[in-house]
Ligand binder design. Structure first.
Ligand code: TRP
Length: 422
């Protein structure tokens, strides 16, 4: 039985799923991956991955959650575990964003040279107690929103935070583009360098697609449980993916023109956001306010993702273990914070979680959903849900074929290659 009164509204679910999808992956990871991988060439490969993997897998996850099939329980258990591991990793990085929001407000990074900024970041990310404090604050905020429930907590938070995020991005883009010399950054983003396309680039684009679209840890399936009966799955996926991709591209457009205008090297890797950008803001007029806006944006994007991660565990604890919502919130917060503490005390655990999540958990989750939907669920039922309303059955057929024949062997091949068997 579905609890109808608590279901998401029609656009509420799109915003909530987009809130989950739009996160550090879009604003922190995507710009530096573009920077490292030949600008628009990466973008084109990424868009290909979104079409071949993103839309079919997101629709499959939605399908599993929405139709509430009995034997999805074991997948549910699996996703509760993988989302917890993912949550611990994600919470640590969310804490970094909060720290930088705080540093921006007290104006602690202005006037520092890049080496000093680098040292600040290293010293902070290698310490234990401050990152832990921020992780606690992030999880308390997440828990409070969760406590308010699906419609008045999750839906309302996303409906307010997501438009705010878009407005802040637009302000940053306008500021960046009005700097002299910014067009070089735009060219860098839009001009494809096809010589950079290698099998490795395709692999990272695929990994980024899973990460950015929140595929594989059960978030989408959990949100789909609260969908209305008439919600169209492929159209919802297309909307969520459209928003996610838009934010990723806008983040690139907000960052690169300004980075180029100020003559900073764009291929800075994961430190782009925490080292390069503060240095960029430090040299900009109105940089103080923009830096606060940027880290606020990043923190909000991370928070709408942590909400969705906690909901996976909560839903499992409530539905399968019949726990009350408040007890579930306390238990999952405790477990995740415990894992965070381990990752902060033993730094290799953090790196290990990062690798485990991006290289194995997400593709493995995608594989499980694809096999389940493509091979275990009744074909007619799946096809009905995969065909967008008012479209010829052909669309559903294409999605189904990708889920059944293309995605499982491709992911398997990538796994085998990863462990050196092929
Ligand atoms: N999509 C999120 C981002 O871009 C990261 C993410 C991956 C995620 N899987 C998730 C977030 C599951 C929440 C739930 O940052």
């Amino acid at each position: 039985m579905k609890e109808t009164k608590n279901n998401f509204g029609k656009f509420g679910v799109v915003l909530a799923a987009a809130g989950s999808a739009v996160g550090l992956g879009n604003i922190w990871k995507f710009p530096y991956m573009i920077g490292e991988n030949g600008g628009a060439a990466f973008l084109i490969v990424y868009l290909g991955c979104v079409l071949l993997f993103g839309i079919p897998l997101m629709t499959s996850e939605f399908y599993v959650g929405k139709s509430g099939l009995k034997n999805w329980r074991w997948i549910h258990g699996l996703t509760a575990v993988s989302s917890t591991l993912f949550f611990a990793f994600y919470l640590v990085v969310t804490g970094w964003c909060f720290e930088y929001l705080y540093l921006s407000i007290i104006n602690a990074t202005s006037g520092l040279c890049p080496t000093q900024l680098e040292n600040t970041f290293q010293a902070f990310s290698n310490s234990i107690w401050m990152p832990l404090l921020w992780a606690v604050i992030a999880i308390v905020l997440t828990a409070l929103i969760e406590l308010a429930g699906v419609k008045s907590g999750i839906e309302r938070a996303n409906k307010t935070l997501m438009p705010l995020l878009l407005v802040m991005l637009l302000v940053m883009i306008i500021r960046g583009l009005t700097l002299p010399g910014s067009s070089a950054g735009l060219r860098f983003l839009l001009e494809p360098n096809f010589s950079k396309i290698t099998p490795n680039l395709i692999l990272s684009a695929m990994g980024q697609c899973f990460f950015s679209l929140s595929i594989g840890v059960g978030t989408l399936a959990t949100y789909a449980h609260y969908m209305r009966e008439e919600q169209d799955l492929p159209i919802t996926s297309a909307r969520v993916i459209g928003l996610d991709t838009l934010v990723a591209i806008l983040a690139g457009a907000a960052i690169f023109p300004a980075v180029f205008a100020l003559g900073i090297n764009p291929t800075e890797g994961p430190e782009l956001v925490f080292v390069t950008l503060p240095s960029m803001f430090g040299q900009m007029r109105a940089g103080y306010a923009l830096q606060i806006a940027f880290f606020l944006l990043l923190s909000i994007a991370a928070l709408t993702s942590t909400i969705s991660l906690m909901e996976v565990e909560l839903h499992f604890l409530q539905k399968t273990l019949k726990m009350s919502r408040i007890k579930g919130i306390l238990l999952s917060s405790g477990v995740v914070l415990g894992l965070c503490l381990i990752a902060l005390l033993y730094k290799p655990v953090f790196g290990w979680l990062d690798q485990l999540v991006s290289l194995y958990l997400l593709p493995f989750g995608g594989l499980v959903f694809a096999i389940y939907v493509g091979w275990r669920c009744p074909k007619d039922h799946v096809l009905r849900h995969m065909t967008p309303q008012g479209c010829p059955p052909f669309f559903g057929q294409v999605l189904y074929t990708l889920v059944r024949y293309f995605i499982p062997p491709t992911i398997l091949l990538i796994f085998l290659q990863g462990i050196g068997a092929v």
